[in-house]
Design a protein. Structure first.
Ligand code: 5RP
Length: 226
């Protein structure tokens, strides 16, 4: 319950930044859920006029149910504001994302956005990234070789499962959750991971977040700008 208050507070603060005429990126996860719900209310009841693109099939469905007009990517050149959650964030606004398995679309949308607003409860703010296992999206073909390369980087990778089945992303790929424990140099690790053939993308988001909105269990928010 407490954590829901924190997530909702952060999400609703982020929704205040959305203005009529904007193209909005909609994130994935339990915090982004509250942002989509609030934006839906603003569209239905408060005269907000926006277009949106979603970072997952799940968020796309939720947004349509809420009456938010969704546009195909073929019609989008640039996104004004992206609102998304995170699994971990540090004070430099470097992130781990992908706990919900949507990291690839999340990174594409974040990189195409003028602003990336990250919303999270205060437990997500860390000194050093890496306690949360870093999700890495990998191609199913020869994934054993890719896993071997990830192991060589020290990530202790495990193929993600959901309900006893291998988890498949919206893009038809696997997720390798990598247990680094402490990532001292996220910039270098990001480069090494994305140099492995078979890795599509990894969950380190560096230089993408512009604002971090942290909620607490009293419903208060703290805003950190990059
Ligand atoms: C999904 C993500 C989410 O933003 C991240 O997992 C945080 O989720 P939640 O808001 O449910 O804690 O990266 O791929």
């Amino acid at each position: 319950m407490q954590i829901k208050i924190a997530k909702k507070a952060a999400a609703e603060e982020a929704a205040k930044l959305v203005r009529t005429g904007m193209t909005v990126g909609l994130g994935t996860g339990s915090t982004a859920y509250y942002a989509i719900i609030r934006l839906g209310e603003m569209v239905r009841n408060e005269g907000l006029i926006i277009n949106a693109v979603a970072t997952s099939e799940e968020s796309d469905k939720l947004a349509r149910e809420q009456g938010i007009p969704m546009v195909p990517f073929s019609e989008v050149q640039q996104i004004d504001i992206d609102i998304d959650g995170a699994d971990e964030a540090d004070a430099s606004l470097r992130l781990i994302k992908g706990g919900g398995g949507a990291l690839l679309r999340e990174k594409i949308i974040a990189a195409a956005s003028d602003q990336m607003i990250v919303i999270a409860d205060d437990a997500k703010l860390v000194n050093t990234l890496g306690k949360f296992p870093l999700p890495v999206e990998i191609i199913p073909f020869a994934h054993e070789l890719t896993m071997h390369k990830l192991r060589e980087l020290g990530g202790a990778p495990v193929i993600r499962h959901k309900q006893d089945k291998v988890f498949i992303t919206d893009n038809g790929n696997f997720i390798a959750d990598c247990y680094f424990e402490e990532i001292q140099d996220p910039e270098t690790l990001n480069i090494h991971l994305n140099s492995i053939p078979g890795v599509v993308e990894n969950g380190l988001f560096i230089g993408l977040a512009t604002t971090l909105i942290i909620g607490n269990d009293k419903g208060e928010v703290r805003i950190i700008h990059r």
